[in-house]
Design a protein around this ligand. Sequence first.
Ligand SMILES: Cc1cc2nc3c(=O)[nH]c(=O)nc-3n(C[C@H](O)[C@H](O)[C@H](O)COP(=O)(O)OP(=O)(O)OC[C@H]3O[C@@H](n4cnc5c(N)ncnc54)[C@H](O)[C@@H]3O)c2cc1C
Ligand SMILES: NC(=O)c1ccc[n+]([C@@H]2O[C@H](COP(=O)([O-])OP(=O)(O)OC[C@H]3O[C@@H](n4cnc5c(N)ncnc54)[C@H](OP(=O)(O)O)[C@@H]3O)[C@@H](O)[C@H]2O)c1
Length: 282
Amino acid sequence: MNEMMPVSDIATPKLPTLPDAQTVTQVTHWTDRLFSFRMTRPASMRFRSGEFVMIGLMGDVNEKTGKAKPLLRAYSIASPSWDEELEFYSIKVPDGPLTSRLQHIKVGDEIIMRPKPVGTLVHDALIPGKRLWFFATGTGFAPFASLLREPQTYEDYDEVIITHTCRTAGELTYGRELIEALEHDEMLNEVIGEGFWKKIKYYPTTTREQSAKMGRITDLINSGEAYAELGVEPLCPQNDRAMICGNLAFNLELKAMLEAAGLEEGANSKPAQYVVEKAFLD
Ligand SMILES: Cc1cc2nc3c(=O)[nH]c(=O)nc-3n(C[C@H](O)[C@H](O)[C@H](O)COP(=O)(O)OP(=O)(O)OC[C@H]3O[C@@H](n4cnc5c(N)ncnc54)[C@H](O)[C@@H]3O)c2cc1C
Ligand SMILES: NC(=O)c1ccc[n+]([C@@H]2O[C@H](COP(=O)([O-])OP(=O)(O)OC[C@H]3O[C@@H](n4cnc5c(N)ncnc54)[C@H](OP(=O)(O)O)[C@@H]3O)[C@@H](O)[C@H]2O)c1
């Protein structure tokens, strides 16, 4: 080794020390409750945009056994399948076993990941249609952050509508900035087609803080207001396909609305007209 080499040059890259460990490359805090981070991706890992994996940190040492076990939680991969890194969008639960610690991660830290992606919010679980709806609340936006950057989304559909309902305006920022950035993403405009982002209709709403559009998306659809503002016909099984990701009550309410409109739930094994996944377990 050259003894004159600067320390900064010989200190990188850091080798993983935990099982299945990946290294954090970027952390962004959006609000006091929300952050996103990027980390390395194993070269052998394949996934379909919209899927989730188990990630986490090493838990505390058990006093009896003297051993520590990984503390893992399900997380939607927010980056698209072609990205060389992995991105996640996370809640900070103040006393949450994982996120009370995960919210303090820094660039260079290690995250454990079980690289076995699964999930229902995938194109394979839907049959062809004209218009694709992404319905999200809170961190339920994460799988759609992946699918909004997935070329197949624009190859398969004429129109892509993303609705995001949060309590406060600050909780919409991650999604809003991601969608606004698509217009200027040279690589995506080249690969998917110039102006692909014009297929997107973005419909953000807040429920507990003033913003340009107030109200739950379920109420805005039931009243017809959302259709009128988006300039689309009511949901129908011939044209519309949908993916839902939010809290349990939201998922159930939207599911009932889609069924009433004549859409059938799909799965990987039996593609149909809509799919649903919980953004977190209650
Ligand atoms: C399929 C699936 C995908 C998921 N994807 C994500 C994701 O992309 N991003 C993410 O932040 N979380 C996601 N979650 C939730 C995640 O698994 C953890 O629950 C979360 O990281 C909190 O972990 P914790 O150990 O700190 O608290 P936990 O003990 O897991 O949760 C404590 C309580 O916090 C609330 N809570 C947990 N997660 C959320 C959330 N995301 N939004 C609002 N309230 C929540 C619930 O009331 C829960 O009972 C997903 C869960 C499932 C089942
Ligand atoms: N967000 C915060 O500022 C905040 C702060 C402290 C603690 N927490 C806690 O964190 C947990 C998760 O909060 P969260 O805000 O991320 O998620 P959330 O409670 O699931 O709410 C996210 C959004 O979904 C809407 N929503 C809820 N049920 C719905 C339904 N059936 N149909 C349509 N829309 C629906 C909410 O509207 P409504 O507002 O009308 O319910 C809100 O705009 C909760 O346990 C909460 O107590 C949140």
